[in-house]
Design a protein around this ligand. Structure first.
Ligand code: ADP
Ligand code: MG
Length: 211
């Protein structure tokens, strides 16, 4: 039974109001498992089915912990596809709307120059595909100095699509003092290996339900 409501969490009014607008009342199981540990700044490896609410499970803690005044990106979310990057950017914008959190999506097939201009504005969270993020790093248009949260979303898809080298290159550019959370519907060996290589004693969470 899942009796807990978002009101039982000590969330800020801004985030609570945003969840009310989204009509999120009861956390899903993965959200109930992830939220407390994310707020404790634990590295997490989360295996949970599609549709179980993984985005808000990382979106809520990062929006809550982002410092609005900081002018550089503090959260980096890697996604395997452009569609997912756009979706996650929108979800973070929705959750962070009353904190005026700005999120930027970076993906291929959109002009580099447009994204470069967006990155010149203050942005709190960057969501994107590994190839285009690597492009921005190489061309010096993405500053990762202040990244405190790394999220690898749909890690199994990411590695299936052959992004392992880019993902590792990006991780190697990030500050070591950060929280890393990996989300995946399945945990094949290559995902486990990646987690083992780049995370410090992560807690594993496995959820079987979608609600
Ligand atoms: P996953 O990443 O696990 O596939 P999503 O994060 O995309 O799942 O969420 C699936 C759907 O559930 C989305 O439409 C999202 O808006 C909705 N959702 C997420 N959390 C809640 C919640 N606590 N209450 C109601 N709907 C939710
Ligand atoms: Mg998802």
């Amino acid at each position: 039974m899942n009796e807990k409501s978002f009101a039982d969490y000590s969330l800020s009014d801004e985030i609570k109001r945003a969840l009310a607008v989204l009509k999120y009342e009861t956390p899903t199981q993965v959200q109930n498992e992830v939220l407390p540990l994310a707020f404790e700044k634990q590295d997490l490896v989360v295996k949970s089915k599609t549709g179980s609410g993984k985005t808000a499970s990382f979106g809520i803690p990062i929006c809550e912990m982002i410092a609005w005044e900081e002018k550089k990106p503090q959260a980096l979310v890697l996604t395997p596809t452009r569609e997912l990057a756009v979706q996650v950017r929108q979800d973070i914008t929705n959750i962070g709307r009353f904190k005026r959190i700005r999120a930027t999506a970076l993906y291929g097939k959109e002009p580099f120059s447009k994204q470069k201009e967006e990155l010149k504005q203050k942005t709190h969270a960057v969501v994107g595909t590994p190839g285009r993020i690597m492009d921005h790093i190489e061309r010096g248009t993405l500053d990762l100095d202040q990244i405190k949260f790394l999220i690898i979303d749909e890690a199994d898809e990411m590695l299936n699509m052959g992004f392992i080298d880019e993902v590792e290159e990006i991780i190697n550019e990030l500050p070591l003092d950060r929280i890393t959370m990996v989300f995946s519907a399945t945990l094949p060996k290559d995902v486990e290996n990646l987690c083992h290589k780049y995370m410090e004693n992560p807690i594993h969470i496995q959820i079987e339900t979608t609600t």
